[in-house]
Design a protein around this ligand. Sequence first.
Ligand code: PLP
Length: 361
Amino acid sequence: MSRIFNFAAGPSNMPLSVLEKAQADFVDYKGAGMSLVEMSHRGKQYDAVHNEAMQLVKELYGLPDNYKVLFVQGGATLQFAMIPMNFLGEGQSCDFTVTGSWAKKAYADTKKLGKVNVVWDGKEDNYLNLPDPKGLKLDSNAAYLHMTSNETIGGIQWQDFPDAGKVPIICDMSSDFVSRPVPVEKFGMIYAGAQKNAGPAGVGIVILREDLLERCPENLPAYLNYKTHWDKDSMYNTPPVFAIWMLKLVMEWLKEQGGLAAAEKMATERSGIVYDAIAKHPDFYKCPVPEHCRSKMNVVFRMPTEDLEKQFVAEALAQGMSGLKGHRSVGGCRASIYNAMPMEGAKALSDFMDEYAKKNG
Ligand SMILES: *Cc1c(COP(=O)(O)O)cnc(C)c1O
């Protein structure tokens, strides 16, 4: 079997050992005579998987007891709507950082449901820059501050979070979830779709602080109310059992790697290898993002012509590296290097970039 290095932005590569473990257990789950995906979600075996998955996320982030991990379907995208439905009360407004295409989607949904105060909009910089979080002018009466910690298209990532005082920060961490430790106490809620760092698509992960539940309106439909998920430990209806099982295996793998501190160290090293390859050929490769906010998950770069970029993507694929085409809205190239990307993948890409620049520069 030959696995290639998959640099896709999401869904993205998963640890090989996780895929193999799932494969080995898929048909007959630990001697049950059936697959986990065929069992009742209320049975003992699934229950253990469900609880362990939650516990592992809790442990990895070091969450205090007033936080719960919830699993909600609809990806990160449903959260764009559920957040204002639950936490943006009548007459209140929330602060928003509009940092790129994901933040714009969250902002658009929020605006349909309530008042939004934009504290930063990256439009002037084509969403290729981020401000100093200390300089943000925040409203001390805001219902919450919404942020997007990493933008996959622009290739930008907040390195630090502002001090919002009593205002809870609600952060979309879809594309850098479990890739670094974060000061959890600043956040009222952290959420992520699983399919970048945490598993296959099919589950949204929500880390929620208990005091926010007071705000959930009684008149919301059950599934859209966080209180339902909190009270039922994400078992109100049938959870996406396969996605949660895979999430659990990925979290176990991550714990074995050394947890979030180790993930951050590896992400720094991996992305450094690719950024160095760009810097080595300044007349050929250009990273449009200033150093202070470069993403460690999505490295974007340009070449002198679009033809050279197209050829780069094709030649890389022939050498076993896929998914290097930039997002269709911005063009260029992009290497997404999430937790599961082996260091050899980053090295192989760097070697190829070196060779390609020498040949074509
Ligand atoms: C990928 C991504 C999303 C979309 O997640 P879905 O699970 O597809 O809804 C949202 N926000 C960010 C920051 C992302 O990277």
